[in-house]
Design a binder for this molecule. Structure first.
Ligand SMILES: [Zn+2]
Ligand SMILES: [Zn+2]
Ligand SMILES: [Zn+2]
Length: 159
């Protein structure tokens, strides 16, 4: 993301043991719900954890192969679909990107505060999600995905 201010913008993702621990936790969470964290699913989750911020599908496709070989796009899209359904990741429509979710365990309503300067994205408790569910209920809708995306500047960029 193009940045317009001079302060440092790096928000490091996970690596080393913290990354491995997160992947192992994801594996046991899948096992508990009778799901399998297959190699492609695990690799995509790893890339999202390493990134530490929203990642676009084509970046994931390009980075997928350990030896620099890109993945077949459907492999990555299917993995993202799984991770989203299992509550490991969210799709952020306005960025056309995916971000890891560490709030689990299931898919849940989510709200994101998105900094348009540095791209920092924070998942917060969605305000009004319960009311929205009630309104949907009354209208006879069963909601599957609720994501609120709020754009602005983070505290570092606003300063
Ligand atoms: Zn979440
Ligand atoms: Zn910012
Ligand atoms: Zn900034």
């Amino acid at each position: 993301m193009a940045s317009t201010c001079a302060h440092p913008h790096d928000r490091p993702g996970l690596k080393g043991r913290a990354l491995q621990a997160e992947l192992e936790a994801a594996e046991s969470r899948c096992a508990r719900s009778d799901q399998r964290l297959t190699a492609p699913r695990r690799r995509v989750l790893e890339l999202l954890l390493e990134s530490g911020k929203p990642a676009k599908a084509y970046d994931l496709i390009a980075a997928f192969g350990e030896a620099g070989a890109p993945a077949k796009p459907p492999t990555v899209y299917r993995a993202l679909d799984f991770l989203e359904r299992q509550g490991f990741a969210h799709r952020i429509e306005s960025l056309n990107a995916y971000v890891v979710c560490r709030h689990g365990p299931d898919s849940h309503a989510a709200a994101f505060l998105i900094c348009d300067c540095c791209g920092d994205t924070r998942e917060v408790e969605p305000v009004g999600a319960r009311q929205l569910n009630k309104v949907a209920d009354d209208a006879g809708y069963r909601l599957t995905v609720v994501t609120i995306e709020a754009h602005g500047l983070c505290s570092a960029c606003a300063a």
